[in-house]
Design a binder for this molecule. Structure first.
Ligand code: SIN
Length: 523
């Protein structure tokens, strides 16, 4: 097996919107390498349907967007981060306009703006109707400078630590060559972990790799109990078959049970556009009661032209949109927790940064407002690049040799997904969580051992998924209340006691922290 060494100023793990935005900007002044585990850009960003929220139209204000984000977040956001990210909406959109991103326009040439759940105004820019992530990513890819090195099909195994400082990473390419990458700064832009569940909107790449690597490096992670479930995944052929954007409900779609009764009527003043956690729980409970749930699109004008990707996908799965009803189920959609980071991506570990879905900045609180994630990814990358003024030079370090791990009785991905759905899904209780934690304990040695390169890539993925599940289940058990996306049947109410508390993992240990200073670098 060949061993190779790379020395670079900054290495970015992940090539979604956050990773590419950061790469493009940092490459202006630094030597930057992006490593990505499959093809460039494959992941959740390019699947984003709804769009990017930006309060830049004349009828809108940043204040209103901030208020909506905080109201949706159930008192768990870091208000100062929300302000910093939303302040960046203008400059971020200017960048995408300058790259001629084809955001949809009205006949008079003004931008067509959509509305999604819990937004008080129309402020969602979209492209290709329901293919916003695809077009934004396409523009980013077109603008990659020659000096930005990109290694595709490169799996990052572990972060390289020089005492308390992150000094690079260890990885493997498709041919099995092992790489040591020495760098002054490592940016985790590795996305989320929706693949822990059988029904998810997430790309196959979303297996929590960056979260698990940060855990092994002793970085602080927080809010791992807050997995956002999207209320409307198309459910066809016995499985999750793609996302049905919330914008459909913004355009008149309503949720009905199999008798045609509106399930959100009387449940919340915003009805079908209530915060996502409320709608997801209503769909879940209707299904639990044995009644099917459908998105009634009969009143959505020109559905097939407005949502061409969604309509085509439904057809591919044997559902004809012309009949007016699309069968739905909630599905794992967005991890609001992650590696504790400030608005500029700084984490508790010197030299380690996190942006996009892998990071937990406090932007989303306990329930992310729709279409805030592309904004956070782009704005966080921009702030990171602007803030990374001084980095110490990359230098080789002595590496410990890790003992080979014995792999036995490894669970297969579907078994882990089923367990997560049964015990750590949308609605949970102590009994269910203890059950999955007991099961995960049988893999504890594996979870707590390094990501050494002797592991096959598929075993590393399983290890990362088990580690992420470990954090999610432990955090969900610890938070004894219901808040936003975290719904405990045995603690159904929101508790003021938990209001200012965060469940954190650091050096592999769970701790509950009081959050007082939301602006300091976590650590
Ligand atoms: C959607 O289009 O419903 C998803 C958008 C988002 O989650 O931000």
């Amino acid at each position: 097996m060949q061993s190779k060494t790379i020395t670079t100023d900054v290495v970015i793990i992940g090539s979604g919107l956050a990773g590419l935005m950061a790469g493009l900007q940092l490459a202006k002044t630094r030597n930057v390498t992006i490593v990505t585990k499959s093809t460039l850009g494959a992941g959740n960003s390019e699947r984003a349907q709804g769009g990017i929220a930006a309060p830049i139209a004349a009828h809108d204000t940043s204040f209103s967007h901030i208020e909506d984000t905080l109201a949706a977040g159930y008192g768990h956001n870091h208000a100062s981060v929300v302000e910093k990210i939303i302040e960046q909406a203008g400059p971020v959109m200017e960048m995408f306009f300058s790259w001629n991103t084809p955001f949809d326009k009205e006949k008079d040439g003004t931008f067509q703006l959509a509305k999604e759940g819990a937004h008080s105004r129309r402020r969602i820019f979209h492209a290709g109707g329901d293919a916003t992530g695809f077009y934004m990513m396409e523009r980013l890819k077109k603008n990659i400078p020659d000096n930005l090195r990109i290694l595709e099909f490169f799996t990052a195994y572990d972060l390289l630590m020089d005492k308390e400082h992150c000094a690079g990473l260890i990885g493997k390419d498709r041919s099995g060559s092992i790489y040591t990458v020495y760098s002054s700064a490592v940016v985790l832009a590795s996305g989320g972990c929706g693949q822990l569940f059988p029904v998810t909107s997430n790309a196959p790449e979303a297996t929590g790799d960056g979260l698990a690597m940060a855990f092994r490096a002793g970085a602080k992670l927080k809010d791992m109990e807050f997995m956002q479930f999207h209320p409307t995944m198309l459910f066809a052929e016995g499985r999750g078959a793609g996302l049905l954007s919330e914008v459909i409900r913004g355009e008149g779609g309503v949720l009905v049970d199999e008798e045609g009764g509106r399930i959100m009527k009387g449940l919340h003043p915003l009805e079908d556009l209530a915060p996502r956690a409320v709608v997801a729980q209503a769909v879940f409970e209707t299904l639990e009661a044995g009644r099917g749930v459908f998105l009634d699109i009969r009143n959505v004008p020109d559905f097939e032209n407005t949502f061409p990707t969604i309509a085509a996908n439904a057809g591919k799965h044997g559902v004809d949109p012309a009949e007016g009803y699309l069968p739905v189920r909630p599905g794992a959609h967005f991890m609001m927790g992650g590696i504790a980071a400030d608005a500029r991506g700084r984490t508790s570990v010197e030299g380690l940064y996190a942006i996009g879905e892998a990071a937990c900045t406090g932007m989303h609180g306990a329930n992310r407002l729709a279409s805030n994630s592309l904004l956070e990814a782009a704005a966080g990358a921009k702030l990171l690049a602007e803030g990374m003024t001084e980095v110490r030079p990359a230098k080789p370090i002595r590496q410990e040799k890790n003992a080979r791990q014995r792999i036995f009785n490894m669970p297969v991905k579907p078994a882990l997904q089923q367990r997560m759905e049964q015990c750590c899904g949308l609605v949970k209780d102590k009994h269910m969580l203890v059950e999955i934690i007991d099961w995960l304990k049988t893999y504890q040695d594996f979870i707590f051992s390094p990501g050494e390169t002797g592991l096959l890539q598929e075993n590393l993925t399983t290890k990362n998924m088990l580690t992420t599940a470990w954090m999610m289940a432990g955090s969900a058990l610890a938070r004894q209340e219901s808040r936003g996306a975290h719904i405990r049947r045995d603690y159904p109410d929101q508790s003021s006691e938990w209001g200012q508390s965060a469940v954190c993992w650091q050096h592999g240990v769970l701790q509950i922290e009081k959050e007082t200073d939301h602006e300091s670098v976590p650590g």
